[in-house]
Ligand binder design. Sequence first.
Ligand code: AKB
Length: 317
Amino acid sequence: MSGRILIIGACGQIGTELTLKLREIYGEDKVIASDIREGAEELMQSGTFIKADAKNKEQLENIIRENQIKDVYLMAAMLSATAEKAPMQAWDLNMNSLFHVLNFAKEGLINKIFWPSSIAVFGPSTPKDATPQTTVMEPTTVYGISKLTGERWCEYYYNKFGVDVRSIRYPGIISYKTLPGGGTTDYAIDIFHEAVKTRKYTSFLAKDAALPMMFMDDAIKATIEIMQAPEENIHIRSSYNLAAISFTPEILAGEIKKHFSDFEINYDPDFRQKIAESWPSSIDDSAARKDWGWQHDYDLEKMTDIMIEGVEHRLQE
Ligand code: AKB
């Protein structure tokens, strides 16, 4: 690879692990991390970090020019629960950062963009089970509206200006290395921390709130594979449905009980329950499987084993 890679929002939940993996594949000097704040020690020490605000076009342009950046992964975003509390800031961050990178590509400054979308693009009128790639999309959250709008702009920039932008609709991503911030699916991470520490958890979603989820390693694999795929294989330029597992808080608690028989779960749904109810329960991702060979590796059992081991290990550090 001739140019370098820039990850914007590198210190977030997905950004951290994505940066580390890309450095492992392409070499530490090829992958520049940037974020508005510093992140995990492992990330900060494994290569170059440049402080930047994803909303600031000039700052981003300087980083791109000074570091011969060719591919950009735009991971900065305000997630569903936080965005409901700060709608205008969420819109500002989620949309303007995307316009900056789309315009850099349009102007020929960079070659390729990865931009994550989400299952939040769907809404209450969308078929809930095995949600198709193309279907009714009437999101009711600020985050979902920003992601659906972003998808339309990605497709527009591809059709109109040939911008090579690639995207995935992430389900809830489960990991133990970096905590998530402000999502509706975050319960599925909090539950592991509380199970390991106290053997008790109060879920902010109802026991039967089924949502599509995925272990972090699968999400990173998908992100890198879609970016490595030959351009002619990418037939969808809005965003690809992507799936691995789907479960409810009750099912997840049952899996955790196999490790800790004294684990107790209670349910006290808050405003995030309404968001969860507006999203699909499971996703049909056959287009991603067909076009660029997507396959997930982690099922619920395997993910639970690794999460418990990972959280226990982190707590001992
Ligand atoms: C959230 O819950 O907001 C995110 C997402 C599904 O995009 N994890």
